[in-house]
Design a protein around this ligand. Structure first.
Ligand SMILES: *[C@@H]1O[C@H](CO)[C@@H](O)[C@H](O)[C@H]1NC(C)=O
Ligand SMILES: *[C@@H]1O[C@H](CO)[C@@H](O)[C@H](O)[C@H]1NC(C)=O
Ligand SMILES: CC(=O)N[C@H]1CO[C@H](CO)[C@@H](O)[C@@H]1O
Length: 186
């Protein structure tokens, strides 16, 4: 903390030392610089004491918002999956019915009975296959649309969080900079 404060004060001082009105005079010795740092230390400390908590606040707000964005997206995806569970079950049941019928036919050793079994594959079973395909493609489309919306919302949420953080920290850094500069002008 203290070291960081001194380093930043040092960085603020160096351009002034190089370009200041004292160019023709003896360069300031390290000793003078150190005494400057010492005499200005308390105001520098005050600046950091005031603005570091604000920076920490910005960080905490970012962290909370980011977690919230993540939570919204995760629960959103979970509810999409939960909502299609019934449709998925209907398709599974229908497919298992057809599968059982086909398995029965495949299990028949006698050729004539084998052919007769498949010959009995009724229009109804074919209609079920069609319904499975129709429902499945509709469900897949609706689901990917809903998941896509969640992704977009998630992007907007994190982007907004990022934006607020960048703006907030920028403001604090400018205030801190001003505080340190006032310190320098005293
Ligand atoms: C297909 O969808 C309709 C309407 O949601 C539903 O009533 C039917 O049970 C579904 N059938 C299958 C095989 O998924
Ligand atoms: C994301 O944030 C950046 C910077 O804040 C902004 O320029 C951009 O427009 C934002 N994008 C969306 C889609 O909001
Ligand atoms: C507030 C304070 O201590 N300011 C000092 C900062 O350093 C300059 C240069 O040494 C002094 O003149 C100020 O009094």
């Amino acid at each position: 903390m203290e070291i960081a404060a001194n380093i930043i004060t040092l960085l603020l001082l160096i351009p002034g030392m190089c370009l200041g009105s004292h160019v023709d005079e003896q360069p300031r010795t390290v000793e003078t610089l150190l005494s400057y740092l010492e005499t200005n230390e308390s105001t520098t400390k005050q600046c950091f004491a005031r603005y570091l908590p604000q920076l920490e606040n910005e960080g905490a707000t970012w962290s909370k918002s980011y977690s919230r964005c993540l939570w919204i997206a995760t629960t959103g995806r979970q509810s999409v999956v939960t909502n299609v569970a019934a449709a998925q079950n209907q398709i599974r049941e229908a497919a298992l019915g057809i599968s059982a019928f086909i398995d029965d036919c495949l299990g028949i050793a006698d050729s004539l009975a084998f052919f007769n079994c498949f010959a009995k594959m009724s229009k109804r079973q074919l209609a079920t296959v069609y319904t499975i395909s129709y429902n499945a493609s509709e469900d897949a489309l609706r689901m990917s649309q809903q998941l896509g919306t969640i992704e977009v919302e998630h992007y907007l949420c994190t982007n907004r969080t990022e934006h607020t953080y960048v703006e907030g920290t920028d403001r604090v850094f400018r205030d801190l900079d001003q505080c340190l500069q006032q310190n320098e002008e005293h």
